[in-house]
Design a protein around this ligand. Sequence first.
Ligand code: FAD
Length: 535
Amino acid sequence: MRFFHYICRVNICVMPKTVTLQLSPKQAADEKFYIAQVAQRLGIRQSDIALARVTKRSIDARQRMAKVNLTLEVYIDNEPQPEPLHFDYPTVENTTEVIVVGSGPAGLFASLRLIELGYKPILLERGKSVLSRKHDIAQINRGGNIDPDSNYAFGEGGAGTFSDGKLFTRSKKRGDYNKALQTLVWHGANPAILYEAHPHIGTDKLPRIISNICRTITEHGGKVLFESKVSGFVVKNKRITGVRVGDNTVEGAAVVLATGHSARDIYELLYSSGIAIEAKPFAMGVRIEHPQRLIDSIQYHREERGEWLPAASYSLVNQEAGRGVYSFCMCPGGFIVPAMTDSSQTVVNGMSPSGRNSAFANSGLVTEVRLEDFAHLRAEWGELAGLRYQQQFEELARAHSGLKQVAPAQRVSDFVAGKESKSLPATSYIPGITPSRLDRWMPDAISERLRSGIATFGRRMKGFVTDEAIVVGVESRTSTPVRIPRDNETLMHVEIEGLFPSGEGAGYAGGIISAALDGERVADAVARYCIAHNY
Ligand SMILES: Cc1cc2nc3c(=O)[nH]c(=O)nc-3n(C[C@H](O)[C@H](O)[C@H](O)COP(=O)(O)OP(=O)(O)OC[C@H]3O[C@@H](n4cnc5c(N)ncnc54)[C@H](O)[C@@H]3O)c2cc1C
């Protein structure tokens, strides 16, 4: 029996009252205060309120004094109230097995959805469990070796585990988005993500949530196998029947391939096996880091942000010489981290803890890379040309960074002026930075656009171009340079029956939530495929 097990026990007769308040940040943090305001606004006594819950919270920093907009749903005594949301996963121990490769957000949400639909996911992950992975990540931060199977990108939860945990998506399907957030809350995330305008979990909280999701999968009959790197596909007559893990073959009715955009060996394997992949445009650039107090003072129009306002963020975009230059994955109160997957590269990314309380604000600052930029690599590398271009950029950064995970950096004012930085300011990047002429050694198509983009942003945000800020190289893994093509309707690979590419690595998502939603959609498609073929 296959049915939808996600149950939202909400009484449809419920008609709560909606109240929107505009408050100071301090008032918005004081529940007693705003509940009293709600009662006054509705003309009732506080004791008449059975339930008041925040449904939306956003900060308006356009005026001199920042305000918090708070929307509440209010239930008055004797009115029916909504029951809490409940996930009721069935047991799938003895049902049809489906292989899921990769335990990032796409693979995890595909597995949960397969369970909801009555299928047994066999989740294969090349990396280690969160606990063991923590040690490897600590070692990378100390400048130690990089385990090519256990790092910021690979291991339980994929790139989403030691990420920032901003839960943003451009998906128009509100219901799916809300369900993804509810799933995270069900597995331990703070319910505030359900109403914050810019929901964020934080890198200190994510590992536990990810482990809880894996526990749900195993407790309901699925399998999660760590240190199980897929190194081959079993394909007969253009139909996939299993995958190779070491000397073993794992078989399943279908294969969800959710290996993320750092799994270069998977792209190479597909290409060398004659399974279609396509080079695609992507984006690369640098990470930019400012003192957080500087960003706060620009965004909140005052010296100190004070006790009640969160660390300020920004989002910047402009067209420079016909291409987009934009900030990406902005981490207020965060850290720059070494995100390479082997020791021949230097790659940085950003994250922040839930409290967003570091003294630094960082953001990716990237520009489009188009097919023509790596056309010269096409003859030798074919559809892997963009991947090779990305790899060369990372190796170049490594060549300019000296030892271990030390990253090349330049003061922002020097980068814009085309000058050497004789010294560098303090940074959140633990392995350390070294002065380098990023403006010179990055490909012109990237450095020239970033330079004019940063100058433009400096005119919009006074103080953004400063010698207190740095650009750090390189931010190269914002998106994948390769797509694994699939049919728009069946979501199956265009040539290989039973193979379902999913998530960021396949080119169908960018970010935690969109990868998770893609994993769910693909699981639905797998179920349709299995039903049609009686698997
Ligand atoms: C430091 C950092 C911060 C980030 N912050 C944010 C943020 O705040 N918000 C946001 O939305 N996004 C953020 N991202 C991006 C986000 O993490 C990714 O978009 C998302 O994880 C992609 O999900 P995915 O499931 O498609 O792939 P991934 O998360 O990359 O997962 C792929 C998984 O496949 C496994 N795998 C690869 N090859 C094999 C193989 N051969 N066999 C078995 N397993 C394999 C990998 O080990 C990995 O676990 C951040 C990323 C990083 C690195």
